[in-house]
Design a protein. Structure first.
Length: 191
């Protein structure tokens, strides 16, 4: 195995274990075992578990954003952009359930709280398309007059719950139901 392959195996193993068992249920020794590497090998690529967790998050974000931005038009009307992003995000989660489970845990853990806050406030860098969209919507007065964090909750809280319920098998989402769900999220934020 070459070095990049070992790193990829470590990342894959960490993703699977953390998605299945949470951060505390995925000790480095178990990650190494699942990746088929020695425990010390992980530390050649990641200084510690915290670094592995945050790097894995960044890698997932780098995979997700091109997917959701495919076909996105900055010049499209606000509603169309909102629907595009919401639909693409829900489809991504459906197609990548391990990524969803990891991202959900990350954002609801001490690891993700500061990152989420910085993202909403525009301090985290990376792709800020959601924050920028809501800021434009507020400036154009097409979204409700709420702080960004509430707009995010109204728009994406239901989307995340529906994605989770689909992944858990409580509901089966087809294209029609995806579209109706995102329309309902739009109804939650529009003026």
């Amino acid at each position: 195995m070459s070095k990049p392959d070992k790193r990829d195996e470590i990342v894959r193993a960490a993703l699977e274990l953390i998605a299945e068992h949470g951060f505390h249920g995925a000790p480095m020794a178990l990650v190494a075992e699942r990746a088929g590497v020695g425990a010390g090998t992980i530390y050649r690529y990641f200084e510690n578990k915290d670094v592995l967790i945050t790097e894995l998050y960044r890698e997932l974000e780098e995979k997700m954003y091109p997917f959701i931005l495919d076909g996105y038009a900055d010049e499209a009307p606000f509603r169309a952009r909102f629907l595009h992003l919401g639909t693409a995000l829900l489809r991504y989660f459906i197609e990548h359930p391990l990524h969803f489970r990891y991202l959900e845990q990350f954002h609801n853990s001490p690891y993700g709280v500061a990152f989420r806050r910085d993202k909403i406030m525009g301090k985290a860098g990376g792709c800020d398309v959601f924050r920028e969209l809501f800021e434009q919507g507020a400036a154009q007065q097409v979204v409700k007059d709420f702080p960004l964090v509430i707009l995010f909750a109204l728009a994406f809280g239901p989307l995340l719950a529906v994605a989770r319920d689909h992944i858990l098998g409580f509901v089966q989402l087809d294209e029609t139901m995806i579209e109706r769900t995102i329309e309902a999220c739009w109804d939650g934020v529009k003026r």
